[in-house]
Design a protein around this ligand. Structure first.
Ligand code: C2E
Ligand code: MG
Ligand code: MG
Ligand code: MG
Length: 280
């Protein structure tokens, strides 16, 4: 009987795996056409100063509107793009598109762009970034790139070199989702990162989990000792915000201050910021 049950489980898994695989193949084919078919767009999530609660910039996040399947989350298609060698092309498009938006906004506004681990080792990445900056006439310090701890799982020496070349363009480098992945504390003293982003999972459970408060405290301390700034992600409530501000986070990102917005809506926020400035 146990044997039968075992076989049933195996069959279940194999058909599930098969359809999963078919799914990925279809996704891959569709991804190849999606750029030229203009199915991608960027959305922009506000980043605000913890002190003033004013807008300081945005994180650009990619969206894919699939003609048949509708919205497919980046966590699903980015890994497929990476595995199929599509990331250089898609990644370059993202950088250019983010710079295009940035060029229309005032000097004080920054935009952060996510760079996936495989993208970092595309040999021409620093050139791609400097060309995009030049094309849109943007100084490097208005652009920020976000990488995760996963970048150090590959050729870490090469990664450190690429990040250094990007920093030399004036571009900021943030370590995203800090604390959730492969620990790279050893890389923090290489003056590569200008910012740590605390993963939302630590932020959201802070009220009920005192150990998360301890983790955030030590991340903030670590960042300060390397003169890096700290962003808290996933801030959803006024309580989260107050706690993160008190713990010493410099920048806040999360649904409390805004979900990822279309370019048009982000632009309205920027225009509002300009008006407030002129009045003040
Ligand atoms: P990430 O870079 O850590 O981005 C933050 C994610 O958290 C975004 O999800 C954002 O919408 C979500 N988020 C922000 N505030 C809150 C909040 O208060 N509550 C909750 N529950 N979620 C919040 P999204 O857009 O689905 O992106 C997921 C991940 O996909 C990103 O994580 C990033 O790793 C990747 N990704 C997104 N866009 C790009 C891109 O253009 N290029 C690359 N390479 N990766 C991207
Ligand atoms: Mg990010
Ligand atoms: Mg993150
Ligand atoms: Mg993430």
């Amino acid at each position: 009987q146990a044997k039968d049950a075992g076989r049933g489980v195996a069959r279940y898994f194999s058909s599930e795996l098969q359809s999963e695989q078919e799914d990925r193949v279809r996704l891959e084919t569709d991804l190849r056409q999606a750029i030229t078919a203009q199915q991608f767009h960027l959305v922009f999530q506000p980043l605000v100063s913890a002190k003033s609660q004013k807008l300081i910039g945005f994180e650009a996040l990619i969206r894919w509107n699939h003609p048949q399947r509708g919205f497919i989350p980046p966590n699903v298609f980015i890994p497929v793009a990476e595995e199929n060698g599509l990331m250089p092309q898609l990644g370059n498009w993202i950088i250019d598109e983010a710079c295009r938006a940035l060029a229309t906004w005032p000097e004080a506004v920054t935009v952060a762009v996510n760079i996936s681990p495989k993208q970092i080792l595309v040999p021409a990445l620093p050139n791609v970034v400097s060309e995009a900056l030049a094309r849109h006439k943007i100084p490097g310090n208005r652009l920020e790139l976000e990488v995760t701890e996963g970048v150090f799982l590959g050729d870490s020496g090469k990664t450190v070199d690429v990040l250094g070349r990007l920093r030399a363009l004036g571009v900021g480098i943030a370590l995203d989702d800090f604390g959730t992945g492969y620990s790279s504390i050893g890389y923090l003293n290489k003056a590569i990162f200008h910012k740590l982003k605390i993963d939302g999972s630590f932020v959201r459970d802070c009220g009920s989990r005192p150990e998360n408060v301890a983790i955030i405290k030590s991340i903030v301390q670590l960042a300060k000792s390397f003169r890096m700034s700290v962003t808290a992600e996933g801030v959803e409530t006024a309580e989260d915000f107050e706690r993160m501000r008190e713990l010493g986070c410099d920048t806040i990102q999360g649904y409390l201050f805004g979900k990822p917005l279309s370019y048009e809506r982000a632009n309205q926020m920027v225009v509002g910021l300009g008006a407030k400035r002129m009045a003040g």
